[in-house]
Design a protein around this ligand. Structure first.
Ligand code: GLY
Ligand code: MN
Ligand code: MN
Length: 439
């Protein structure tokens, strides 16, 4: 079990230092971070699942508290205004001593409106950081999510402290337990719905606690990139299984994908080849490398796989140059991971938020930033047989470059994606997913 008491103080020190820098740079006195509040469904008295403000859970492992606040000035002990209503309808999160509690000056409120008396009277130099603009205005804030402050915080969020890295390892551990259970359910011939139940059981998550909607796709459904339908019936035959599913640990996400073949066949060989390609891409992730370059190298490598598996008649180079590879690999190589699955800051050149464009040929790439130590990335190359994209390719000038009979052979398997979560260290990469022996 990780002893958070060893790593948490340095995390708070680092966030305090970032706060001092940004407040100084933006001529602000403080940040006022709102955890959020429940959002009601239209014309209903039920709420959507609550998702806490990522800036809030950056400081402390509270993911379920609404109407709570952090007051940060970078010097004094951060103030936590903690909402504990007297409520016999809902469970109220009780406050118990934990590794993080000594680091906050905690003030309890029982009514959300009581916060007003605890906030600075003159808010001209305080920035509200949160989702609820109407709340910020009602409280008298003028600086609401100011761009300059957010750019700074988002740029620096890419560097994970040892505390955050520990949480992300645990988040991987939780997800890997789910992946092993899901694989067993697939091999036992279960439906997508039953596989999902096995995953949730093993991770001890409800489906709203996972960091994103799990993708649990059998056969052709693996070709639908964000497939979340969860078919209740078993298919007639189990051919392939793609699962993209993560977990949460104290608010930090993992994001892992595996693809399995039910039998040893050409699709299984294609998975093994993509696994090799994927691990090679992980090796390419290094401090100083541009993520765009790594994406482009992997894109060409997928062209090589298409040639090796007799899916194209042209060379890998031509398939890459002409954009043919995009039919089979229509998304980016990966993204920053952390408090959010697609963590912020991926396109930032600097702490002012200067945007780095991705190449026009790769519009879906979510990261254009230089790779540096202490950043956490996913690497997730894919190769799919997607009807609509194949139809476009067939109708294009490149149709003759494709071995359509071979494409038809693979179509019933849907596609492949393999995704690991990597911490880049100065001297080596730490593949948190493989370290847990998820093959
Ligand atoms: N699970 C979404 C993604 O892999 O980016
Ligand atoms: Mn994923
Ligand atoms: Mn991902």
């Amino acid at each position: 079990m990780t002893n958070f008491a060893n790593v948490y103080p340095a995390h708070i020190n680092e966030l305090q230092a970032r706060a001092r820098n940004v407040l100084n740079r933006e001529n602000l006195e403080g940040l006022v971070i709102h955890s959020g509040k429940e959002l009601k469904v239209f014309l209903d008295d039920n709420s959507y699942p609550f998702k806490v403000n990522p800036h809030f859970k950056h400081w402390l492992p509270l993911t379920n508290v609404t109407n709570s606040w952090l007051l940060i000035n970078g010097h004094d002990k951060p103030v936590l205004i903690y909402y504990q209503p007297v409520d016999f309808w809902h469970k109220v999160e009780t406050l118990t001593d934990d590794f993080w509690t000594p680091f906050f000056d905690i003030k309890v409120i029982t009514n959300a409106a009581e916060v007003d008396a605890l906030l600075p009277y003159d808010k001209a130099n305080y920035a509200y950081i949160g989702e609820h603009i109407e709340v910020a205005k009602a409280l008298g804030f003028e600086q609401i999510n100011p761009d300059g402050a957010l750019s700074y915080l988002h740029f620096h969020r890419a560097y994970k402290t040892p505390y955050e890295q520990a949480l992300m390892r645990l988040s991987n551990e939780r997800a890997v337990a789910g992946h092993l259970a899901a694989k067993a359910a697939f091999m036992a011939g279960e439906s997508e719905f039953e596989i999902q139940r096995a995953y949730l059981q093993a991770t001890s998550h409800t489906d709203s606690e996972t960091p994103y909607g799990n993708i649990v796709a059998l056969n052709e459904n693996a070709a639908i990139l964000h497939y979340t339908a969860l078919e209740r019936n078993k298919p007639e035959q189990h051919r392939s299984f793609l699962i993209d599913a993560g977990a949460n640990y104290h608010g930090y996400a993992s994001d892992i994908t595996r693809t399995y073949a039910y039998e040893q066949n050409d699709f299984a060989a294609l998975i093994a080849r993509m696994d090799k390609l994927m691990l090679n891409a992980v090796d390419g992730l290094k401090p100083g490398k541009s993520y765009v370059e790594l994406h482009c190298e992997t894109y060409l490598d997928i062209g090589r796989v298409l040639a090796e598996f007799n899916l194209i008649h042209c060379s890998a180079e031509v398939a890459a140059e002409q954009g043919i590879v995009s039919t089979f690999f229509p998304h980016g190589l990966g993204h920053h991971l952390g408090l959010q699955v697609h963590d912020v800051g991926g396109f930032m050149a600097d702490e002012r938020g200067t945007h780095i464009d991705t190449p026009a040929q790769h519009p879906f790439l979510r990261t254009s930033r230089a790779v540096e130590a202490e950043q956490v990335y996913t690497i997730e190359p894919g190769l799919y047989f997607i009807d609509s994209l194949l139809a476009d390719l067939k109708a294009s000038e490149h149709s003759n470059a494709i071995n359509w009979a071979q494409v038809e052979k693979f179509k019933p398997f849907g596609g492949i994606r393999i995704e690991d979560n990597i911490i880049v260290h100065q001297s080596h990469n730490e593949n948190m997913t493989r370290d847990l022996n998820l093959g």
